[in-house]
Design a binder for this molecule. Sequence first.
Ligand SMILES: [Zn+2]
Length: 272
Amino acid sequence: MHDDKKADSPCRESKGHGVPESASSPLMSEQVFRSRLAALCKGPIQVDFTFNRASLLRASLVRGVIKIRIQHAFRAADDNTLKALADFVQKPESSSQAILKGFVQSRSELICFFAEKAQSGQCAQVEYVPEKLLNGRELKPQGRHKNLEKVLAKVADDYRLDAKGIGIFWSQGREIAGPKRRSIRFGSFNSKNRTIRIHPVLDSPVVPDFFIEFIVYHELLHAIFPPTKKPQERRSIHTGQFKQRERLFARYDEAIAFERKFAREKLGMKIK
Ligand SMILES: [Zn+2]
């Protein structure tokens, strides 16, 4: 989703002269903006205001909450723009994007006023580049064959690990394996939003449950044992302690064997 269209009006004059007048809608307070937008959305939302210039709007779905980072200028949104915004963060479509683009073009002065770099005159143009939105369709625990939330609950239960507050989703699987690849990440853990992502190549009937459980177990251990960082030492992700815990997985040897076989036979990787 990239849009190169730029608003015409330069806005160097806006520095230090108070908030530029916004023709039809006055600026809402942050609170009012939040509650009005929330009223238009089905699920919970979290709104953080930014002074960004390039990235005016960014939304992602994190554990069922739509997290929205949006530039302050959107507080001048009229009803129609707010509605488009609510539509966009829930399900991006070209019609709502067009309305948002129109808002950005008509409010470029206000956007530049709120932009961090406007002071130095660097905000000559405003771009509307919504960042890749990870909506419900792309980030789901339910795959075609396996439900990751169930896997996580089972693993947490089996090994008495605390998985509270940890989200789990199928990733978009951009990594493609093949003879040139020596490794593929079947899973990852993001410590910022405490989310586990699993590669969709594992959402297959040929992948036994115990193997997905092993991958989820591994990522859950990352949540429980964060990387250590001793001074003047490389960050250690798979520490000795980590590996010891990993080997406590009931079918560890089988899982490692399956991983090799799967990578070689199904993904065509050159693995001994
Ligand atoms: Zn790992």
